[in-house]
Design a protein around this ligand. Sequence first.
Ligand SMILES: NC(=O)c1ccc[n+]([C@@H]2O[C@H](COP(=O)([O-])OP(=O)(O)OC[C@H]3O[C@@H](n4cnc5c(N)ncnc54)[C@H](OP(=O)(O)O)[C@@H]3O)[C@@H](O)[C@H]2O)c1
Length: 232
Amino acid sequence: MFEMPEKRANSLNKIPLLGLGTYQGDGTDYAIGTARNATLVALKKGYRHIDTAYAYGNGIIEREIGEAIADSHIARSEIFVVTNLHNTFHDPQDVKTGLDMSLRNLNLDYAQGIQAIAHCPLGGSLAPAVARRRGGGPLADETIKAIAEVHNKTPAQIILAWLTRQGIAVVPKSSQPSRIESNYDINFSLTAEEQWKMATLVGLHGENGVRNLSNEDHIGFDVFDEEIDQPA
Ligand SMILES: NC(=O)c1ccc[n+]([C@@H]2O[C@H](COP(=O)([O-])OP(=O)(O)OC[C@H]3O[C@@H](n4cnc5c(N)ncnc54)[C@H](OP(=O)(O)O)[C@@H]3O)[C@@H](O)[C@H]2O)c1
């Protein structure tokens, strides 16, 4: 079986570079059991890194992940579990309470610490209230689609292979078993030219970059507008 490359996350742990993301959109149409099934499919496929947060469904997703880990009968020590301390627990005296709550949900006695992880590697699950994206996002990008065709892969596989080859840990989310599986099948190489094309998709200076979060719609002004951001 293909072994997902890892990198050292801290003195104790190595993080598998590809993990499963488990954010389920704004949760209004969440079908109970989806994250549990997704995690089971992922663990069976070989994923050993799961990313979650208390904020996803007020702990529902953490609980489903805990159930899936227990049902998988895979040793806890083999799985890298990341959860996120919710905003309301950032005061130092509240950190333990927040973490204990997540661990209870997960039915685990530890999670794996502070990580830099590339969230939303496939362009993100857009929450309609805050997001607005011009164009179809990375999965619909013509350059990525052309590279995918050459390799007989999906655009998602091209993106994930490119990111992980640079040592970047990524956590694509899917609830669809076939996508969960294919997102893990990234054991192929891109040519130097293809890698250059991927690296320069947004322009050499990021001039064609895409922002998913629509600040103007959400909070009434663009926090990235440098003219607004001047001292009065
Ligand atoms: N800590 C934080 O602040 C934070 C913030 C954002 C994200 N995250 C983490 O990062 C994870 C990933 O971000 P995300 O969920 O926003 O976005 P994402 O993983 O970039 O994209 C998920 C979207 O892509 C679709 N998708 C997945 N695989 C696909 C494929 N092979 N082909 C086509 N579409 C595919 C999914 O739909 P289906 O499910 O229908 O396949 C879903 O709509 C989150 O789940 C979460 O764990 C953390």
